[in-house]
Design a protein around this ligand. Sequence first.
Ligand code: ATP
Ligand code: MG
Length: 420
Amino acid sequence: MSTFQAPKGTYDLIPPRSAVFLAVRDTIATQVRNAGYGYVETPGFEDVNLFARGVGESTDIVTKEMYTLTTKGGDQLALRPEGTASVLRAALQANLHKQGNLPVKLWYSGSYYRYERAQAGRYRHFSQVGAEAIGAEDPALDAELIILADQAYRALGLRQYRILLNSLGDKECRPVYREALQSFLRGLDLDEETLRRAEINPLRVLDDKRADVQKQLVDAPLLRDYLCDACKAYHEQVRELITAAGVVFEDDPKLVRGLDYYTRTTFEFVHDGLGSQSAVGGGGRYDGLSEMIGGPALPSVGWALGVDRTVLALEAEGVALDLPAATSVFAVALGEEARRILFGKVTELRRAGIAADFSFGGKGLKGSMKDANRSGARLALVAGERDLAEGVVQLKDMESGEQRAVALDGVLDAVRELLG
Ligand code: ATP
Ligand code: MG
Protein backbone atom coordinates (compact mmCIF):
# COMPACT_ATOMS: atom_id res chain seq x y z
CA MET A 1 0.00 0.00 0.00
CA SER A 2 1.20 3.51 -0.69
CA THR A 3 1.26 6.21 1.97
CA PHE A 4 -1.66 7.88 0.24
CA GLN A 5 -5.34 7.04 0.46
CA ALA A 6 -8.32 8.38 -1.47
CA PRO A 7 -9.53 11.51 0.38
CA LYS A 8 -12.25 11.19 3.00
CA GLY A 9 -15.69 10.78 1.49
CA THR A 10 -14.34 9.51 -1.83
CA TYR A 11 -13.61 6.10 -3.24
CA ASP A 12 -12.01 4.64 -6.34
CA LEU A 13 -13.99 2.90 -9.01
CA ILE A 14 -12.10 -0.27 -9.84
CA PRO A 15 -12.86 -3.43 -11.82
CA PRO A 16 -15.04 -5.40 -11.70
CA ARG A 17 -17.44 -2.97 -9.96
CA SER A 18 -16.48 -0.12 -12.27
CA ALA A 19 -18.08 -2.05 -15.15
CA VAL A 20 -21.40 -1.84 -13.32
CA PHE A 21 -21.00 1.95 -13.03
CA LEU A 22 -20.40 2.25 -16.74
CA ALA A 23 -23.42 0.08 -17.46
CA VAL A 24 -25.62 2.24 -15.21
CA ARG A 25 -24.45 5.40 -16.97
CA ASP A 26 -24.96 3.78 -20.37
CA THR A 27 -28.43 2.54 -19.56
CA ILE A 28 -29.60 5.96 -18.40
CA ALA A 29 -27.92 7.63 -21.37
CA THR A 30 -29.59 5.23 -23.79
CA GLN A 31 -33.03 6.31 -22.59
CA VAL A 32 -32.45 10.05 -22.96
CA ARG A 33 -30.58 9.81 -26.26
CA ASN A 34 -33.47 7.79 -27.56
CA ALA A 35 -35.78 10.67 -26.61
CA GLY A 36 -33.92 13.42 -28.45
CA TYR A 37 -31.63 14.76 -25.72
CA GLY A 38 -28.22 15.96 -26.92
CA TYR A 39 -25.04 15.51 -24.90
CA VAL A 40 -23.60 18.52 -23.08
CA GLU A 41 -20.40 18.70 -21.06
CA THR A 42 -19.55 21.67 -18.88
CA PRO A 43 -16.46 22.44 -16.75
CA GLY A 44 -15.98 20.82 -13.37
CA PHE A 45 -15.88 24.27 -11.77
CA GLU A 46 -17.79 27.50 -12.27
CA ASP A 47 -18.01 31.02 -10.91
CA VAL A 48 -19.17 30.49 -7.33
CA ASN A 49 -22.02 32.95 -7.84
CA LEU A 50 -23.64 30.76 -10.48
CA PHE A 51 -24.42 28.29 -7.71
CA ALA A 52 -24.92 30.79 -4.90
CA ARG A 53 -27.62 32.52 -6.96
CA GLY A 54 -28.86 29.56 -8.94
CA VAL A 55 -29.00 26.86 -6.30
CA GLY A 56 -30.10 29.30 -3.60
CA GLU A 57 -28.23 31.12 -0.85
CA SER A 58 -30.13 29.34 1.91
CA THR A 59 -29.69 25.77 0.71
CA ASP A 60 -27.40 23.30 2.47
CA ILE A 61 -25.53 22.95 -0.80
CA VAL A 62 -24.48 26.60 -0.78
CA THR A 63 -24.17 27.24 2.96
CA LYS A 64 -22.34 24.06 3.96
CA GLU A 65 -21.50 21.74 1.11
CA MET A 66 -19.75 23.77 -1.56
CA TYR A 67 -16.05 23.38 -2.35
CA THR A 68 -14.89 26.88 -3.10
CA LEU A 69 -11.51 28.14 -4.12
CA THR A 70 -9.78 31.35 -5.07
CA THR A 71 -7.52 31.10 -8.11
CA LYS A 72 -4.09 32.69 -8.35
CA GLY A 73 -5.77 35.33 -10.49
CA GLY A 74 -8.28 36.07 -7.74
CA ASP A 75 -11.37 34.42 -9.28
CA GLN A 76 -13.83 32.82 -6.88
CA LEU A 77 -14.73 29.39 -8.18
CA ALA A 78 -16.66 26.42 -6.87
CA LEU A 79 -16.39 22.76 -7.79
CA ARG A 80 -19.79 22.02 -9.27
CA PRO A 81 -22.19 20.63 -6.64
CA GLU A 82 -24.93 19.90 -9.21
CA GLY A 83 -25.52 20.04 -12.93
CA THR A 84 -28.61 22.09 -13.67
CA ALA A 85 -27.23 25.59 -13.13
CA SER A 86 -24.16 24.80 -15.27
CA VAL A 87 -26.17 23.29 -18.11
CA LEU A 88 -28.55 26.24 -18.18
CA ARG A 89 -25.59 28.63 -18.08
CA ALA A 90 -24.01 26.81 -21.02
CA ALA A 91 -27.26 26.85 -23.03
CA LEU A 92 -27.68 30.59 -22.44
CA GLN A 93 -24.05 31.30 -23.27
CA ALA A 94 -24.32 29.43 -26.58
CA ASN A 95 -27.71 31.04 -27.33
CA LEU A 96 -29.23 27.60 -27.78
CA HIS A 97 -32.55 29.08 -26.70
CA LYS A 98 -32.58 31.59 -29.57
CA GLN A 99 -32.62 29.12 -32.40
CA GLY A 100 -36.37 28.66 -32.53
CA ASN A 101 -36.20 25.09 -31.38
CA LEU A 102 -37.49 25.16 -27.83
CA PRO A 103 -37.39 23.08 -25.78
CA VAL A 104 -33.65 22.56 -25.89
CA LYS A 105 -33.15 19.03 -24.57
CA LEU A 106 -29.75 18.21 -23.09
CA TRP A 107 -28.24 15.39 -21.06
CA TYR A 108 -25.00 15.14 -19.12
CA SER A 109 -22.92 12.73 -17.09
CA GLY A 110 -20.12 13.52 -14.70
CA SER A 111 -18.62 14.09 -11.26
CA TYR A 112 -20.12 16.38 -8.62
CA TYR A 113 -18.64 17.61 -5.36
CA ARG A 114 -20.25 18.35 -2.02
CA TYR A 115 -18.60 18.71 1.35
CA GLU A 116 -20.97 16.33 3.13
CA ARG A 117 -20.79 14.21 6.26
CA ALA A 118 -19.37 11.13 4.60
CA GLN A 119 -21.28 7.88 5.08
CA ALA A 120 -22.59 4.95 3.05
CA GLY A 121 -24.30 6.37 -0.03
CA ARG A 122 -23.23 9.93 0.77
CA TYR A 123 -19.91 10.97 -0.67
CA ARG A 124 -17.94 14.13 -1.29
CA HIS A 125 -17.32 13.14 -4.88
CA PHE A 126 -20.15 11.36 -6.67
CA SER A 127 -21.57 10.80 -10.15
CA GLN A 128 -24.79 11.87 -11.72
CA VAL A 129 -26.44 11.47 -15.08
CA GLY A 130 -28.87 14.29 -15.71
CA ALA A 131 -31.33 15.52 -18.30
CA GLU A 132 -32.78 19.00 -18.79
CA ALA A 133 -35.54 20.25 -21.08
CA ILE A 134 -35.10 24.00 -21.34
CA GLY A 135 -37.55 26.64 -22.49
CA ALA A 136 -41.01 25.08 -22.58
CA GLU A 137 -43.89 24.93 -20.18
CA ASP A 138 -45.56 21.70 -21.15
CA PRO A 139 -46.75 19.01 -18.74
CA ALA A 140 -45.82 16.39 -21.34
CA LEU A 141 -42.16 17.34 -20.83
CA ASP A 142 -42.37 16.81 -17.08
CA ALA A 143 -44.09 13.51 -17.80
CA GLU A 144 -41.50 12.52 -20.42
CA LEU A 145 -38.65 12.98 -17.96
CA ILE A 146 -40.33 11.01 -15.18
CA ILE A 147 -41.16 8.21 -17.62
CA LEU A 148 -37.58 8.13 -18.95
CA ALA A 149 -36.05 7.88 -15.47
CA ASP A 150 -38.51 5.13 -14.59
CA GLN A 151 -37.59 3.34 -17.80
CA ALA A 152 -33.88 3.60 -16.99
CA TYR A 153 -34.30 2.07 -13.52
CA ARG A 154 -36.55 -0.62 -14.96
CA ALA A 155 -34.09 -1.42 -17.75
CA LEU A 156 -31.43 -1.90 -15.07
CA GLY A 157 -33.69 -4.41 -13.34
CA LEU A 158 -34.52 -2.34 -10.27
CA ARG A 159 -37.92 -3.00 -8.72
CA GLN A 160 -37.92 -1.74 -5.12
CA TYR A 161 -38.02 1.95 -5.87
CA ARG A 162 -40.87 4.39 -5.52
CA ILE A 163 -41.63 7.65 -7.26
CA LEU A 164 -42.73 10.51 -5.02
CA LEU A 165 -44.51 13.39 -6.73
CA ASN A 166 -45.57 16.84 -5.64
CA SER A 167 -46.22 20.33 -6.97
CA LEU A 168 -44.51 23.32 -5.39
CA GLY A 169 -46.78 25.88 -7.03
CA ASP A 170 -45.55 29.00 -8.80
CA LYS A 171 -44.96 32.65 -8.10
CA GLU A 172 -48.73 33.18 -7.84
CA CYS A 173 -49.62 30.68 -5.18
CA ARG A 174 -46.42 29.78 -3.41
CA PRO A 175 -45.99 33.11 -1.59
CA VAL A 176 -49.45 32.73 -0.07
CA TYR A 177 -48.62 29.24 1.10
CA ARG A 178 -45.20 30.32 2.29
CA GLU A 179 -46.77 32.83 4.61
CA ALA A 180 -49.29 30.33 5.96
CA LEU A 181 -46.53 27.81 6.60
CA GLN A 182 -44.36 30.44 8.23
CA SER A 183 -46.97 31.45 10.75
CA PHE A 184 -47.57 27.76 11.52
CA LEU A 185 -43.83 27.15 12.04
CA ARG A 186 -43.45 30.16 14.30
CA GLY A 187 -45.82 28.50 16.76
CA LEU A 188 -43.71 25.32 17.05
CA ASP A 189 -41.03 24.36 19.52
CA LEU A 190 -38.03 24.48 17.19
CA ASP A 191 -34.33 25.10 17.72
CA GLU A 192 -32.83 28.42 16.70
CA GLU A 193 -31.29 27.26 13.43
CA THR A 194 -34.56 25.72 12.29
CA LEU A 195 -36.47 28.85 13.21
CA ARG A 196 -34.00 30.84 11.16
CA ARG A 197 -34.53 28.48 8.27
CA ALA A 198 -38.28 28.95 8.68
CA GLU A 199 -37.78 32.65 8.03
CA ILE A 200 -35.50 32.27 4.98
CA ASN A 201 -36.86 29.14 3.35
CA PRO A 202 -39.80 27.69 5.31
CA LEU A 203 -40.54 24.93 2.78
CA ARG A 204 -37.22 23.33 3.56
CA VAL A 205 -38.30 22.76 7.15
CA LEU A 206 -40.82 20.26 5.80
CA ASP A 207 -37.82 18.27 4.60
CA ASP A 208 -36.27 18.04 8.09
CA LYS A 209 -35.25 14.44 8.72
CA ARG A 210 -35.53 14.56 12.55
CA ALA A 211 -38.43 12.63 14.08
CA ASP A 212 -39.21 15.24 16.77
CA VAL A 213 -39.52 17.90 14.07
CA GLN A 214 -41.60 15.67 11.81
CA LYS A 215 -43.97 14.96 14.72
CA GLN A 216 -44.68 18.66 15.05
CA LEU A 217 -45.27 18.98 11.30
CA VAL A 218 -48.19 16.55 11.17
CA ASP A 219 -50.73 19.37 11.01
CA ALA A 220 -48.67 21.73 8.87
CA PRO A 221 -50.60 23.40 6.05
CA LEU A 222 -50.00 21.64 2.73
CA LEU A 223 -49.17 23.35 -0.53
CA ARG A 224 -51.65 21.08 -2.24
CA ASP A 225 -54.44 23.08 -0.58
CA TYR A 226 -53.00 26.39 -1.77
CA LEU A 227 -52.23 25.66 -5.45
CA CYS A 228 -53.70 28.18 -7.88
CA ASP A 229 -55.97 26.88 -10.65
CA ALA A 230 -53.22 27.00 -13.27
CA CYS A 231 -50.82 24.98 -11.09
CA LYS A 232 -53.55 22.53 -10.16
CA ALA A 233 -54.47 21.95 -13.80
CA TYR A 234 -50.82 21.60 -14.81
CA HIS A 235 -50.14 19.08 -12.08
CA GLU A 236 -53.24 17.10 -12.93
CA GLN A 237 -52.04 16.78 -16.53
CA VAL A 238 -48.62 15.53 -15.43
CA ARG A 239 -50.29 12.95 -13.20
CA GLU A 240 -52.61 11.81 -16.00
CA LEU A 241 -49.81 11.45 -18.53
CA ILE A 242 -47.56 9.36 -16.33
CA THR A 243 -50.51 7.28 -15.15
CA ALA A 244 -51.46 6.58 -18.77
CA ALA A 245 -47.85 5.45 -19.34
CA GLY A 246 -48.30 2.88 -16.59
CA VAL A 247 -45.83 4.57 -14.25
CA VAL A 248 -46.80 4.09 -10.63
CA PHE A 249 -46.19 7.03 -8.29
CA GLU A 250 -47.17 8.29 -4.87
CA ASP A 251 -48.41 11.78 -4.14
CA ASP A 252 -46.18 13.22 -1.44
CA PRO A 253 -47.53 16.62 -0.37
CA LYS A 254 -44.46 17.24 1.82
CA LEU A 255 -41.83 16.61 -0.85
CA VAL A 256 -39.84 19.82 -1.29
CA ARG A 257 -36.26 18.82 -2.20
CA GLY A 258 -33.01 20.59 -1.45
CA LEU A 259 -32.68 23.22 -4.17
CA ASP A 260 -34.33 26.63 -4.09
CA TYR A 261 -35.09 26.85 -7.78
CA TYR A 262 -37.89 24.32 -8.09
CA THR A 263 -41.44 25.34 -9.10
CA ARG A 264 -44.50 23.22 -9.82
CA THR A 265 -43.56 19.59 -10.54
CA THR A 266 -41.07 18.02 -8.13
CA PHE A 267 -40.29 14.35 -7.84
CA GLU A 268 -37.90 11.99 -6.21
CA PHE A 269 -37.01 8.37 -6.83
CA VAL A 270 -36.40 6.59 -3.53
CA HIS A 271 -35.13 3.07 -3.05
CA ASP A 272 -36.25 1.07 -0.05
CA GLY A 273 -33.07 -0.98 0.25
CA LEU A 274 -30.74 1.94 0.95
CA GLY A 275 -31.47 3.00 4.54
CA SER A 276 -31.42 6.74 5.13
CA GLN A 277 -29.57 7.67 1.91
CA SER A 278 -32.60 6.49 0.00
CA ALA A 279 -32.90 9.06 -2.83
CA VAL A 280 -31.49 7.55 -6.01
CA GLY A 281 -32.61 10.46 -8.17
CA GLY A 282 -34.75 13.53 -8.27
CA GLY A 283 -35.76 16.55 -10.18
CA GLY A 284 -38.47 18.93 -11.13
CA ARG A 285 -39.47 22.11 -12.86
CA TYR A 286 -37.40 25.26 -12.43
CA ASP A 287 -39.27 27.98 -14.26
CA GLY A 288 -37.47 30.85 -12.51
CA LEU A 289 -33.86 29.68 -12.61
CA SER A 290 -32.88 31.25 -15.92
CA GLU A 291 -33.91 34.71 -14.72
CA MET A 292 -32.10 34.11 -11.42
CA ILE A 293 -28.82 33.70 -13.29
CA GLY A 294 -29.41 36.66 -15.59
CA GLY A 295 -31.15 35.00 -18.53
CA PRO A 296 -34.60 35.49 -20.07
CA ALA A 297 -37.67 33.66 -18.80
CA LEU A 298 -37.16 30.02 -19.76
CA PRO A 299 -39.47 27.58 -18.02
CA SER A 300 -37.61 24.28 -17.77
CA VAL A 301 -37.67 20.86 -16.18
CA GLY A 302 -35.02 18.24 -15.46
CA TRP A 303 -33.66 15.51 -13.26
CA ALA A 304 -30.39 14.12 -11.97
CA LEU A 305 -29.94 10.46 -11.14
CA GLY A 306 -27.21 9.42 -8.73
CA VAL A 307 -25.02 6.74 -10.27
CA ASP A 308 -23.36 5.70 -6.98
CA ARG A 309 -26.65 5.13 -5.19
CA THR A 310 -28.15 3.38 -8.20
CA VAL A 311 -25.27 0.90 -8.06
CA LEU A 312 -25.87 0.45 -4.31
CA ALA A 313 -29.57 -0.11 -5.05
CA LEU A 314 -28.70 -2.82 -7.59
CA GLU A 315 -26.50 -4.48 -4.98
CA ALA A 316 -29.23 -4.15 -2.32
CA GLU A 317 -31.71 -5.90 -4.61
CA GLY A 318 -29.15 -8.49 -5.66
CA VAL A 319 -29.54 -7.57 -9.33
CA ALA A 320 -26.60 -8.83 -11.39
CA LEU A 321 -26.40 -6.93 -14.67
CA ASP A 322 -25.92 -9.00 -17.75
CA LEU A 323 -22.47 -7.65 -18.61
CA PRO A 324 -20.75 -9.25 -21.60
CA ALA A 325 -17.20 -10.41 -20.88
CA ALA A 326 -14.72 -7.73 -21.89
CA THR A 327 -12.55 -10.23 -23.73
CA SER A 328 -13.70 -12.75 -26.35
CA VAL A 329 -10.38 -14.34 -27.26
CA PHE A 330 -7.33 -14.84 -25.05
CA ALA A 331 -4.01 -15.76 -26.64
CA VAL A 332 -1.60 -18.02 -24.78
CA ALA A 333 1.87 -18.08 -26.32
CA LEU A 334 4.54 -20.59 -25.29
CA GLY A 335 8.00 -19.51 -26.37
CA GLU A 336 9.44 -16.50 -28.16
CA GLU A 337 8.34 -17.41 -31.68
CA ALA A 338 4.78 -18.06 -30.48
CA ARG A 339 4.73 -14.73 -28.66
CA ARG A 340 5.62 -12.93 -31.86
CA ILE A 341 3.05 -14.74 -33.98
CA LEU A 342 0.19 -14.66 -31.48
CA PHE A 343 0.77 -11.02 -30.58
CA GLY A 344 0.25 -10.35 -34.29
CA LYS A 345 -2.92 -12.46 -34.27
CA VAL A 346 -4.29 -10.50 -31.30
CA THR A 347 -3.72 -7.25 -33.18
CA GLU A 348 -5.42 -8.71 -36.26
CA LEU A 349 -8.44 -9.80 -34.21
CA ARG A 350 -8.71 -6.39 -32.52
CA ARG A 351 -8.53 -4.63 -35.87
CA ALA A 352 -11.43 -6.80 -36.97
CA GLY A 353 -13.40 -5.57 -33.94
CA ILE A 354 -13.01 -8.72 -31.81
CA ALA A 355 -12.09 -8.16 -28.17
CA ALA A 356 -8.81 -9.98 -27.62
CA ASP A 357 -6.12 -10.11 -24.97
CA PHE A 358 -2.69 -11.69 -24.62
CA SER A 359 -0.66 -13.60 -22.03
CA PHE A 360 1.73 -10.82 -21.13
CA GLY A 361 4.62 -11.24 -18.73
CA GLY A 362 6.14 -14.42 -20.10
CA LYS A 363 4.19 -16.88 -17.92
CA GLY A 364 4.15 -20.65 -18.42
CA LEU A 365 1.19 -22.63 -19.75
CA LYS A 366 -0.51 -23.01 -16.36
CA GLY A 367 -0.31 -19.35 -15.38
CA SER A 368 -1.37 -18.22 -18.83
CA MET A 369 -4.40 -20.53 -18.90
CA LYS A 370 -5.39 -19.13 -15.52
CA ASP A 371 -5.27 -15.63 -17.03
CA ALA A 372 -7.36 -16.86 -19.94
CA ASN A 373 -9.98 -18.21 -17.50
CA ARG A 374 -10.00 -15.04 -15.45
CA SER A 375 -10.53 -12.91 -18.56
CA GLY A 376 -13.88 -14.55 -19.18
CA ALA A 377 -12.92 -15.13 -22.83
CA ARG A 378 -15.01 -17.62 -24.79
CA LEU A 379 -12.01 -18.80 -26.78
CA ALA A 380 -8.31 -19.34 -26.15
CA LEU A 381 -5.69 -19.32 -28.86
CA VAL A 382 -2.82 -21.52 -27.73
CA ALA A 383 0.44 -22.06 -29.60
CA GLY A 384 3.86 -23.56 -28.84
CA GLU A 385 6.82 -24.47 -31.00
CA ARG A 386 5.29 -27.73 -32.23
CA ASP A 387 2.10 -26.02 -33.39
CA LEU A 388 4.04 -23.38 -35.23
CA ALA A 389 6.21 -26.00 -36.92
CA GLU A 390 2.96 -27.39 -38.33
CA GLY A 391 1.71 -23.91 -39.26
CA VAL A 392 -1.27 -24.07 -36.86
CA VAL A 393 -2.53 -22.74 -33.55
CA GLN A 394 -4.90 -24.49 -31.14
CA LEU A 395 -8.30 -22.86 -30.79
CA LYS A 396 -9.93 -23.89 -27.52
CA ASP A 397 -13.55 -23.37 -26.55
CA MET A 398 -13.27 -22.38 -22.88
CA GLU A 399 -16.80 -23.56 -22.07
CA SER A 400 -16.83 -27.02 -23.61
CA GLY A 401 -13.07 -27.59 -23.42
CA GLU A 402 -13.10 -28.66 -27.07
CA GLN A 403 -9.95 -27.84 -28.97
CA ARG A 404 -8.93 -27.96 -32.59
CA ALA A 405 -5.98 -26.98 -34.74
CA VAL A 406 -6.52 -24.05 -37.08
CA ALA A 407 -4.18 -22.91 -39.85
CA LEU A 408 -2.47 -19.60 -38.99
CA ASP A 409 -4.12 -17.68 -41.79
CA GLY A 410 -7.52 -19.13 -40.92
CA VAL A 411 -7.65 -17.87 -37.32
CA LEU A 412 -9.83 -14.81 -37.93
CA ASP A 413 -12.44 -16.80 -39.87
CA ALA A 414 -12.49 -19.64 -37.35
CA VAL A 415 -12.88 -17.21 -34.44
CA ARG A 416 -15.68 -15.34 -36.23
CA GLU A 417 -17.48 -18.60 -36.87
CA LEU A 418 -17.21 -19.82 -33.28
CA LEU A 419 -18.26 -16.49 -31.78
CA GLY A 420 -21.27 -16.50 -34.07
P1 ATP B 1 -30.07 13.97 -0.36
O1 ATP B 1 -31.42 14.38 0.12
O2 ATP B 1 -29.79 12.50 -0.19
O3 ATP B 1 -28.96 14.83 0.18
P2 ATP B 1 -30.18 15.64 -2.67
O4 ATP B 1 -31.58 16.12 -2.65
O5 ATP B 1 -29.13 16.52 -2.10
O6 ATP B 1 -30.08 14.20 -1.95
P3 ATP B 1 -29.93 16.02 -5.52
O7 ATP B 1 -29.23 17.30 -5.39
O8 ATP B 1 -31.35 16.03 -5.97
O9 ATP B 1 -29.80 15.19 -4.14
O10 ATP B 1 -29.09 15.05 -6.47
C1 ATP B 1 -29.70 14.02 -7.24
C2 ATP B 1 -29.15 12.66 -6.84
O11 ATP B 1 -27.75 12.68 -6.71
C3 ATP B 1 -29.64 12.17 -5.48
O12 ATP B 1 -30.91 11.59 -5.59
C4 ATP B 1 -28.58 11.15 -5.12
O13 ATP B 1 -28.82 9.91 -5.76
C5 ATP B 1 -27.34 11.76 -5.71
N1 ATP B 1 -26.55 12.42 -4.66
C6 ATP B 1 -26.72 13.67 -4.16
N2 ATP B 1 -25.79 13.94 -3.22
C7 ATP B 1 -25.01 12.82 -3.15
C8 ATP B 1 -23.86 12.46 -2.38
N3 ATP B 1 -23.31 13.30 -1.50
N4 ATP B 1 -23.31 11.24 -2.55
C9 ATP B 1 -23.83 10.37 -3.45
N5 ATP B 1 -24.90 10.65 -4.20
C10 ATP B 1 -25.49 11.86 -4.06
MG1 MG C 1 -28.16 16.66 -0.29
